[in-house]
Design a protein around this ligand. Structure first.
Ligand SMILES: [Zn+2]
Length: 261
């Protein structure tokens, strides 16, 4: 065979090899083979994404009271105020009322101690607490004990209030019992000038502060009388045991009504 006859055949093969990549490339483009895998869009899959809880306080519905005897927390208003934690720093300087040589905390403390003595006789566990409430403090009853002050020396009477937002569902019952028994023992009149300082008391705000009551603690704040009023002082300063009896009786009635005594 004449080798010169092979030259056109070689030319055809070489031509075919040269255009082959164009066919293959066209086929792959048609199959989207060269489409970019990273489009710059954010990833669509987040493995551990759980939907938000529709009710953040739902866990309260299944809460059950710890076993054990009735427990009561008596907070001595303004006591050890300067030891308040950082989250309550702004209250450190709030030393409360003072009159006739008495600081409010001393009056509150005497009433708290006498109340504790009465309750302890009923085998109730009593915690005397300073301004700083232990984190999420739980008890069947929590009473913040205070005394009022006013530039108007004729202002007189006691006040009691439940939290503006009460998750225990029982604070209003506690208010009713103590209002009745405290008035009966002390003969002081009920003063209904309840302020936002009372219903929004810091120790009630467990959703805001760590050092606050547990949401299921039935909590109230009691203004025992006016430290700036001479007549009120005859009870709250001179006879703290009378105030204490009024407060303790209300707590006992409340605990009895809830079958905790
Ligand atoms: Zn006070």
């Amino acid at each position: 065979m004449d080798s010169t006859l092979l030259i056109p055949v070689f030319k055809k093969i070489i031509f075919f090899l040269l255009i082959l990549p164009l066919f293959v490339g066209g086929f792959l483009v048609g199959k989207n083979y060269f489409a970019p895998t990273d489009t710059g869009a954010p990833p669509y899959v987040i493995e551990d994404l759980t939907p938000p809880d529709p009710d953040p306080f739902e866990w309260l519905n299944t809460w059950t009271r710890p076993e054990g005897p009735a427990r009561v927390g008596l907070q001595v208003g303004h006591w050890k105020n300067n030891e308040l934690p950082e989250e309550l720093e702004r209250l450190r300087g709030n030393t409360g009322a003072s009159a006739a040589g008495k600081s409010e905390w001393e009056v509150n403390y005497a009433i708290a101690e006498e109340t504790k003595n009465i309750l302890a006789e009923k085998n109730i566990i009593v915690d005397i607490l300073p301004s700083t409430v232990p984190p999420r403090y739980w008890a069947d009853v929590f009473v913040a004990i205070h005394a009022d002050g006013s530039t108007d020396r004729s202002a007189s009477g006691f006040k009691i209030a439940a939290p503006r937002r009460d998750f225990s569902g029982n604070a209003i019952d506690l208010v009713e019992f103590i209002t009745e028994t405290y008035g009966a023992e002390t003969k002081l009149l009920f003063d209904d000038n309840i302020s936002r300082n009372m219903t929004g008391y810091y120790a009630f705000a467990w959703w805001r502060y760590e050092h606050a009551v547990h949401p299921k603690t039935a909590s109230v704040i009691l203004e025992t009388g006016f430290l700036t009023n001479a007549n009120d002082r005859k009870i709250i300063v001179n006879r703290p045991e009378v105030s204490a009896k009024g407060l303790a009786n209300g707590i006992i009635k409340y605990l009895t009504s809830k079958e905790l005594l």
